[in-house]
Design a protein around this ligand. Structure first.
Ligand code: CO
Length: 137
């Protein structure tokens, strides 16, 4: 079941440069973490019930690195919170949608995530994210 907007992902060249704007709005960077298997550094900025996720590539070959090379900085993906990403993954496959990964993987904050290709969503890369019961695994 979809529970709401978890975060909005924004591709940036530099978290250190991009965060200045959000901090000028009075928002605070909660955490900066590296997700090595995604080739990305992530800064999470709480904003009401949702968060803004700044994505800085650590390599030009990473998905966010390629996005930046092609389109420049800007809106990268919308993430919806779900209570069962495996069930959503199965249901969306059954509906014939283009799912990006063979199965859900671990993303930032230890969440289980899956992505739906913009082709299947009307142009928006969609992330589905389920909070992990155990943050350490
Ligand atoms: Co995200």
């Amino acid at each position: 079941m979809i529970e709401g907007i978890e975060h909005i992902g924004i591709a940036v060249r530099s978290i250190d440069e991009a965060r200045v704007f959000y901090e000028a709005l009075g928002l605070k960077v909660e955490a900066v973490e590296e997700v090595p298997h995604e080739g990305v550094r992530v800064a999470l900025i709480p904003c009401g019930a949702a968060r803004i996720e700044l994505l800085e590539p650590t390599s030009d070959e990473s998905p966010v690195g390629r996005f930046l090379a092609k389109r420049g900085p800007g809106l990268h993906h919308l993430c919806l919170a779900t209570d069962d990403v495996k069930a959503d993954d199965a249901a969306l496959r059954k509906a014939g949608l283009r799912i990006l990964r063979p199965e859900p993987t671990k993303g930032a904050s230890g969440c289980w995530v899956q992505f739906v290709h913009p082709e299947s969503t009307g142009g928006v890369l969609l992330e589905l994210s389920q909070q992990s019961a155990d943050k350490s695994d």
